[in-house]
Design a protein around this ligand. Structure first.
Ligand SMILES: C[S@@+](CC[C@H](N)C(=O)[O-])C[C@H]1O[C@@H](n2cnc3c(N)ncnc32)[C@H](O)[C@@H]1O
Length: 234
Protein backbone atom coordinates (compact mmCIF):
# COMPACT_ATOMS: atom_id res chain seq x y z
CA UNK A 1 0.00 0.00 0.00
CA UNK A 2 1.24 3.48 -0.84
CA UNK A 3 1.54 6.43 1.51
CA UNK A 4 -1.31 8.05 -0.40
CA UNK A 5 -3.67 5.19 0.36
CA UNK A 6 -2.58 5.23 4.03
CA UNK A 7 -3.47 8.90 4.15
CA UNK A 8 -6.77 8.25 2.45
CA UNK A 9 -7.68 5.62 5.04
CA UNK A 10 -6.88 8.04 7.85
CA UNK A 11 -8.96 10.78 6.29
CA UNK A 12 -11.89 8.42 5.77
CA UNK A 13 -11.75 7.32 9.39
CA UNK A 14 -11.52 10.86 10.68
CA UNK A 15 -14.42 11.88 8.46
CA UNK A 16 -16.45 9.00 9.85
CA UNK A 17 -15.64 10.13 13.37
CA UNK A 18 -16.72 13.70 12.65
CA UNK A 19 -19.92 12.44 11.06
CA UNK A 20 -20.64 10.37 14.18
CA UNK A 21 -19.93 13.30 16.46
CA UNK A 22 -22.16 15.60 14.46
CA UNK A 23 -25.09 13.18 14.45
CA UNK A 24 -24.87 12.07 18.05
CA UNK A 25 -23.95 15.46 19.46
CA UNK A 26 -22.73 13.70 22.59
CA UNK A 27 -18.99 13.56 21.99
CA UNK A 28 -17.03 15.31 24.73
CA UNK A 29 -14.73 17.34 22.54
CA UNK A 30 -12.48 18.22 25.47
CA UNK A 31 -11.17 14.66 25.73
CA UNK A 32 -10.29 14.33 22.04
CA UNK A 33 -6.54 14.99 21.81
CA UNK A 34 -5.18 17.35 19.20
CA UNK A 35 -2.99 16.11 16.36
CA UNK A 36 -0.91 19.32 16.56
CA UNK A 37 2.71 18.43 17.32
CA UNK A 38 3.56 20.79 20.19
CA UNK A 39 6.78 18.98 21.08
CA UNK A 40 8.46 17.00 18.24
CA UNK A 41 10.42 15.06 20.88
CA UNK A 42 7.22 13.29 21.85
CA UNK A 43 7.14 11.71 18.38
CA UNK A 44 10.85 10.92 18.36
CA UNK A 45 11.17 9.68 21.93
CA UNK A 46 8.16 7.41 21.89
CA UNK A 47 8.12 4.29 23.96
CA UNK A 48 9.01 1.21 21.90
CA UNK A 49 8.14 -1.18 24.74
CA UNK A 50 5.58 -3.90 24.16
CA UNK A 51 2.93 -2.61 26.61
CA UNK A 52 3.51 1.16 26.37
CA UNK A 53 -0.09 1.65 25.26
CA UNK A 54 -1.26 0.54 28.69
CA UNK A 55 -0.20 3.92 30.08
CA UNK A 56 -3.02 5.37 27.95
CA UNK A 57 -5.64 3.28 29.73
CA UNK A 58 -7.94 6.23 30.47
CA UNK A 59 -7.88 7.46 26.88
CA UNK A 60 -8.50 3.98 25.48
CA UNK A 61 -11.33 3.27 27.94
CA UNK A 62 -12.87 6.63 27.05
CA UNK A 63 -12.75 5.82 23.33
CA UNK A 64 -14.23 2.36 23.92
CA UNK A 65 -17.13 3.98 25.82
CA UNK A 66 -17.86 0.84 27.83
CA UNK A 67 -21.17 0.90 29.72
CA UNK A 68 -22.37 -1.12 32.73
CA UNK A 69 -23.93 -4.36 31.50
CA UNK A 70 -21.84 -4.57 28.32
CA UNK A 71 -20.59 -7.94 27.14
CA UNK A 72 -16.99 -7.77 25.95
CA UNK A 73 -14.62 -10.30 24.43
CA UNK A 74 -10.96 -9.68 25.26
CA UNK A 75 -9.47 -11.81 22.48
CA UNK A 76 -5.95 -13.01 23.27
CA UNK A 77 -6.27 -11.71 26.82
CA UNK A 78 -2.68 -12.61 27.79
CA UNK A 79 -2.16 -11.73 31.45
CA UNK A 80 -5.75 -10.46 31.82
CA UNK A 81 -4.73 -6.84 32.51
CA UNK A 82 -7.36 -5.44 30.13
CA UNK A 83 -9.94 -8.01 31.17
CA UNK A 84 -9.70 -6.84 34.79
CA UNK A 85 -10.19 -3.19 33.79
CA UNK A 86 -13.12 -4.05 31.53
CA UNK A 87 -14.67 -6.17 34.29
CA UNK A 88 -14.68 -3.11 36.59
CA UNK A 89 -16.34 -1.03 33.87
CA UNK A 90 -19.12 -3.46 32.91
CA UNK A 91 -20.01 -4.17 36.54
CA UNK A 92 -21.84 -7.12 38.00
CA UNK A 93 -24.49 -7.16 35.26
CA UNK A 94 -21.90 -7.27 32.46
CA UNK A 95 -19.52 -10.01 31.30
CA UNK A 96 -15.97 -10.03 29.98
CA UNK A 97 -14.93 -13.18 28.13
CA UNK A 98 -11.15 -13.63 28.12
CA UNK A 99 -10.11 -15.83 25.18
CA UNK A 100 -6.76 -17.62 25.18
CA UNK A 101 -5.37 -20.35 23.00
CA UNK A 102 -3.79 -22.79 25.47
CA UNK A 103 -5.28 -24.39 28.57
CA UNK A 104 -2.25 -23.27 30.57
CA UNK A 105 -2.94 -19.60 29.70
CA UNK A 106 -6.65 -20.04 30.47
CA UNK A 107 -5.84 -21.57 33.88
CA UNK A 108 -3.49 -18.67 34.62
CA UNK A 109 -6.22 -16.20 33.67
CA UNK A 110 -8.70 -17.97 35.97
CA UNK A 111 -6.19 -17.62 38.81
CA UNK A 112 -5.49 -13.95 38.11
CA UNK A 113 -9.13 -12.97 37.62
CA UNK A 114 -10.62 -14.79 40.58
CA UNK A 115 -11.59 -11.45 42.19
CA UNK A 116 -13.70 -10.64 39.12
CA UNK A 117 -16.65 -13.07 38.95
CA UNK A 118 -17.91 -11.34 35.78
CA UNK A 119 -14.66 -12.27 33.93
CA UNK A 120 -14.89 -15.59 32.09
CA UNK A 121 -11.63 -17.04 30.76
CA UNK A 122 -12.13 -19.69 28.08
CA UNK A 123 -10.14 -21.77 25.60
CA UNK A 124 -10.43 -20.04 22.24
CA UNK A 125 -9.90 -21.70 18.83
CA UNK A 126 -7.17 -20.06 16.72
CA UNK A 127 -9.34 -19.42 13.67
CA UNK A 128 -12.46 -17.88 15.24
CA UNK A 129 -13.63 -16.38 18.55
CA UNK A 130 -15.52 -19.55 19.50
CA UNK A 131 -18.40 -17.80 21.30
CA UNK A 132 -22.14 -18.07 20.42
CA UNK A 133 -23.58 -15.75 17.75
CA UNK A 134 -24.36 -12.17 18.88
CA UNK A 135 -23.02 -12.86 22.35
CA UNK A 136 -20.92 -9.68 22.76
CA UNK A 137 -21.16 -5.93 22.19
CA UNK A 138 -17.43 -5.33 21.74
CA UNK A 139 -14.43 -7.45 20.75
CA UNK A 140 -11.10 -6.04 21.93
CA UNK A 141 -8.03 -7.31 20.03
CA UNK A 142 -4.90 -5.83 21.55
CA UNK A 143 -1.55 -6.84 20.08
CA UNK A 144 -3.16 -10.03 18.78
CA UNK A 145 -4.32 -9.18 15.25
CA UNK A 146 -1.03 -10.21 13.64
CA UNK A 147 -1.42 -13.64 15.29
CA UNK A 148 -4.90 -14.29 13.95
CA UNK A 149 -5.56 -17.19 11.70
CA UNK A 150 -8.55 -18.14 9.65
CA UNK A 151 -8.40 -19.42 6.15
CA UNK A 152 -7.53 -15.79 5.73
CA UNK A 153 -7.89 -12.95 8.22
CA UNK A 154 -10.81 -11.76 6.11
CA UNK A 155 -12.60 -14.92 7.19
CA UNK A 156 -11.78 -13.98 10.76
CA UNK A 157 -13.62 -10.65 10.28
CA UNK A 158 -16.63 -12.60 9.00
CA UNK A 159 -16.50 -14.74 12.14
CA UNK A 160 -16.32 -11.57 14.26
CA UNK A 161 -19.46 -10.32 12.49
CA UNK A 162 -21.30 -13.40 13.78
CA UNK A 163 -20.01 -13.01 17.34
CA UNK A 164 -20.99 -9.36 17.92
CA UNK A 165 -24.46 -7.84 17.96
CA UNK A 166 -25.44 -6.21 14.62
CA UNK A 167 -24.31 -2.75 15.81
CA UNK A 168 -21.46 -4.09 17.95
CA UNK A 169 -17.85 -3.00 17.60
CA UNK A 170 -14.37 -4.44 17.18
CA UNK A 171 -11.43 -2.47 18.59
CA UNK A 172 -7.88 -3.28 17.48
CA UNK A 173 -4.64 -2.06 19.05
CA UNK A 174 -1.59 -2.89 16.94
CA UNK A 175 2.01 -1.85 16.50
CA UNK A 176 2.41 0.50 13.52
CA UNK A 177 5.35 -1.18 11.70
CA UNK A 178 6.28 1.93 9.68
CA UNK A 179 7.25 3.83 12.85
CA UNK A 180 8.06 0.98 15.23
CA UNK A 181 11.33 1.19 17.15
CA UNK A 182 11.02 -2.47 18.15
CA UNK A 183 8.90 -5.44 17.16
CA UNK A 184 8.02 -4.41 13.59
CA UNK A 185 7.09 -8.05 12.94
CA UNK A 186 4.54 -7.92 15.75
CA UNK A 187 2.32 -5.39 14.07
CA UNK A 188 0.11 -4.70 11.06
CA UNK A 189 0.12 -1.70 8.71
CA UNK A 190 -3.09 0.24 9.20
CA UNK A 191 -3.80 -0.02 5.47
CA UNK A 192 -3.66 -3.85 5.69
CA UNK A 193 -5.93 -3.94 8.73
CA UNK A 194 -8.51 -1.64 7.13
CA UNK A 195 -8.45 -3.47 3.80
CA UNK A 196 -8.98 -6.85 5.48
CA UNK A 197 -11.73 -5.44 7.70
CA UNK A 198 -13.50 -3.83 4.73
CA UNK A 199 -13.36 -7.05 2.74
CA UNK A 200 -14.74 -8.90 5.76
CA UNK A 201 -17.74 -6.54 6.02
CA UNK A 202 -16.58 -3.82 8.44
CA UNK A 203 -15.57 -0.13 8.29
CA UNK A 204 -13.33 1.94 10.58
CA UNK A 205 -15.24 4.59 12.53
CA UNK A 206 -12.32 5.78 14.64
CA UNK A 207 -8.56 5.56 14.16
CA UNK A 208 -6.21 7.00 16.76
CA UNK A 209 -2.47 7.07 16.97
CA UNK A 210 -1.73 6.44 20.64
CA UNK A 211 0.62 9.33 21.46
CA UNK A 212 3.98 8.53 23.01
CA UNK A 213 3.84 4.95 21.70
CA UNK A 214 4.27 3.06 18.43
CA UNK A 215 0.68 1.79 18.49
CA UNK A 216 -2.65 2.72 16.99
CA UNK A 217 -6.22 2.06 18.07
CA UNK A 218 -8.80 1.40 15.35
CA UNK A 219 -12.50 0.81 16.03
CA UNK A 220 -14.80 -0.87 13.50
CA UNK A 221 -18.54 -1.30 12.94
CA UNK A 222 -20.18 -3.71 10.50
CA UNK A 223 -21.17 -2.30 7.11
CA UNK A 224 -24.62 -3.87 7.46
CA UNK A 225 -25.32 -1.70 10.51
CA UNK A 226 -25.48 1.28 8.14
CA UNK A 227 -28.38 -0.08 6.10
CA UNK A 228 -31.98 -0.37 7.25
CA UNK A 229 -33.37 -3.87 7.50
CA UNK A 230 -35.89 -4.83 4.81
CA UNK A 231 -39.43 -4.52 6.21
CA UNK A 232 -39.81 -8.31 5.96
CA UNK A 233 -37.01 -8.77 8.53
CA UNK A 234 -38.15 -6.15 11.08
C1 LIG B 1 1.18 -9.85 22.91
S1 LIG B 1 -0.03 -10.78 23.74
C2 LIG B 1 -1.26 -9.53 24.02
C3 LIG B 1 -1.92 -9.64 25.38
C4 LIG B 1 -3.00 -8.59 25.66
N1 LIG B 1 -4.05 -8.62 24.66
C5 LIG B 1 -2.45 -7.20 25.78
O1 LIG B 1 -2.58 -6.38 24.87
O2 LIG B 1 -1.85 -6.89 26.80
C6 LIG B 1 -0.74 -11.79 22.45
C7 LIG B 1 -1.70 -12.85 22.98
O3 LIG B 1 -2.48 -13.34 21.88
C8 LIG B 1 -2.72 -14.73 22.10
N2 LIG B 1 -3.07 -15.32 20.79
C9 LIG B 1 -2.24 -15.74 19.80
N3 LIG B 1 -2.94 -16.22 18.75
C10 LIG B 1 -4.25 -16.09 19.07
C11 LIG B 1 -5.47 -16.42 18.40
N4 LIG B 1 -5.48 -16.96 17.19
N5 LIG B 1 -6.64 -16.18 19.05
C12 LIG B 1 -6.65 -15.62 20.28
N6 LIG B 1 -5.52 -15.30 20.96
C13 LIG B 1 -4.34 -15.52 20.37
C14 LIG B 1 -1.40 -15.22 22.68
O4 LIG B 1 -1.56 -16.43 23.37
C15 LIG B 1 -0.99 -14.04 23.57
O5 LIG B 1 -1.41 -14.21 24.90
Amino acid sequence: MSRRSDLWIFLTAIFALIAFAARGGEVEVSVIPSSRVRDPNILVQRDGGGYAYRTYLDFILQRLDIQPGDRILDLGAGDGWWTAHFAEKVGAEGTVYAGEVTQELVDRLKQRLQDHPNAKPYLCPRNRPGLPDQSVDLVFISQVYHHLEGQTRIDYWRELAKTVTPSGRVAVIETYPQIALQGKDHGTPLSTLVREAEEGGWIPVEVWFIPGTQHYLAIFIQQRAFFPKPASQQ
